[in-house]
Write a protein that binds this ligand. Structure first.
Ligand code: ADP
Ligand code: G6P
Length: 468
């Protein structure tokens, strides 16, 4: 029998997705979202094992190696996908944790599936982790895993990181299974959040709901202390630097600018998600033409939206809304061969994304609520030329780190959004450079490696037991 892995990451998704190619032959493609963007480079460097789901229902796969990582697939049946993934994870927890922007669904069958699938993940990790290994559990889909895993394997050191916001008491209290979620998380030695406010929400809830003893940001249990701390996640600056240095990426950026017609280029890059504030930014942009703040030809908006959670109702509603909105604005202000909004419902590889960032004069990041938002940091990391402006929502987790250089905005305030977009469009080069410099300093000094190192070193230094 092998000795097992010393470092295990467990996330709902594997870093690669199974996709059918044009010829019907399946292949692997990088999975969407910030979690994978952040953890994959860390994993490649640490030679760990990644336990997760392949993205397809009813697929039975053996462990395999891909892109320098050892991957251990966990199966999900079609029913699990519907009830655990699309259901409890993305129709209950996702909206609840994002300020109930959409109404959360509370359904007992979905909860049962969440418990069942979390147990399956915990069982899978218990099998592959070596004695005393470090296990790092990721995100809202797996909040019960820390406790389940501790029951199976008390020898492990368990960290948990939540990539999305953790809600305030008033909202979390809606959840019928609220105590179970807190108890699940308390199975970890260290629970990491994006921002200090989220860690404080968690500790307060443990006190109020579980009657737990808390000391500052620690929850003191009978036999252990669980630490809650903030670790703002970041991007792989070295990877992006390497990409933007490639001549073909620079050429591609020029080409994109030419294709877009020569005006100021505004860019949005998001998963197609109702938390991202895409309709608000497009509405503001459209109104700038009707008010005369912008003239057709003067500016163009490229909105890239990765398909996401396409079978969840709220995502379908949003997609229809955006398509209608884009059609209406282009119908009104576009000209033959020159729409004012270019909308692409697709995902791109890293080269194309880097080229898009280099082509954009104004990056528009306007989530209504977001754990961090890596797109904002990726844009900053790519602008070595100190050109370009970032319009950033106050409700992005990245706001406290980037607010001194970004054009800050409340995305619910459409007039404010219009004014801020115009301010960013008309900012002079010196102002842009000053702002970009401040933001770059922060992102370069706090890249994803530093984030991982800080989390893992805090995890390694958690006390095993409370001194008597
Ligand atoms: P979230 O995790 O909610 O999707 P983030 O902004 O934190 O939001 O992370 C999104 C990640 O997905 C980034 O690394 C970004 O580069 C990547 N991404 C977003 N849109 C696309 C796209 N259309 N094609 C490829 N990657 C994308
Ligand atoms: C966000 C979440 C991740 C998730 C990603 C993509 O980044 O924090 O946990 O993996 O979105 O969403 P998906 O549902 O496609 O996994």
């Amino acid at each position: 029998m092998s000795r097992g892995s010393e470092f295990v990451v467990v996330a709902n998704r594997l870093p690669v997705d199974r996709v059918a190619g044009e010829d019907g032959v399946p292949s692997w493609r990088r999975s969407p979202g910030g979690l994978v963007s952040a953890i994959a480079p860390v994993m490649r460097r640490r030679e760990g094992t990644w336990v997760g789901w392949s993205g397809a229902a009813d697929e039975e796969l053996e462990p395999f190696d891909e892109d320098g990582m050892h991957l251990v697939p966990v199966r999900q049946s079609a029913e699990d996908v519907q009830l655990y993934y699309e259901g409890f994870s993305n129709a209950t927890l996702w909206p609840l944790y994002h300020d109930v922007i959409a109404p959360p669904v509370y359904d007992r069958a979905m909860w049962d599936a969440y418990v069942r699938v979390n147990q399956r993940f915990a069982d899978a990790v218990a099998k592959v982790a070596g004695k005393g290994a470090i296990v790092w559990v990721q995100d809202y889909q797996l909040q019960l895993v820390p406790q389940m895993l501790r029951e199976l394997r008390p020898d492990l050191r368990i960290g948990f990181f939540l990539h999305i916001p953790f809600p305030p008491t008033e909202l979390f209290m809606q959840l019928p299974w609220r105590r179970r979620i807190l108890e699940g998380l308390l199975g970890a030695d260290l629970v990491g959040f994006q921002l200090p406010g989220a860690a404080a929400n968690f500790v307060r809830l443990c006190r109020q709901l579980l009657d737990a003893k808390t000391v500052k940001q620690d929850v003191v249990l009978d036999d252990r202390t669980v630490r809650a701390r903030a670790f703002p996640i970041s991007v792989d600056v070295d990877e992006l630097r390497e990409l933007i240095a490639r001549p073909e990426v620079r050429r591609r950026a020029e080409e994109i600018r030419e294709d877009l017609g020569g005006g100021t280029v505004l860019l949005g890059v998001d998963r197609l998600d109702y938390t991202k504030g895409i309709t608000q930014r497009l509405q503001a942009f459209g109104e700038l033409f009707s008010d005369g703040g912008l003239k057709p030809g003067e500016a163009v908006f490229a909105q890239i939206a990765t398909p996401s959670r396409e079978r969840v109702e709220q995502y379908q509603i949003l997609r229809d809304q955006i398509e209608q909105q884009v059609g209406r604005i282009n119908g009104e202000y576009g000209e033959l061969g020159a729409p004012v909004i270019h909308y692409l419902h697709t995902s791109y590889d890293r080269e194309e994304l880097a080229a898009l960032y280099l082509a954009a004069d104004v990056m528009v990041v306007t989530p209504l609520r977001d754990g961090m938002n890596l797109v904002a940091k990726e844009y900053v990391a790519c602008r070595e030329d100190l050109h370009g402006a970032l319009v950033l929502s106050e409700f992005a987790g990245a706001a406290p780190e980037l607010r001194r250089g970004a054009f800050m905005v409340n995305p619910y305030d459409i007039d404010g959004l219009k004014e801020t977009m115009l301010g960013a469009i008309h900012a002079d080069r010196a102002d842009q450079a000053r702002r970009m410099r401040v933001m770059r300093k922060r992102v370069i000094e706090h890249d994803v490696d530093r984030w991982a190192q800080e989390f893992l070193s805090a995890l390694e230094h958690t006390p095993e037991h409370v001194p008597a």
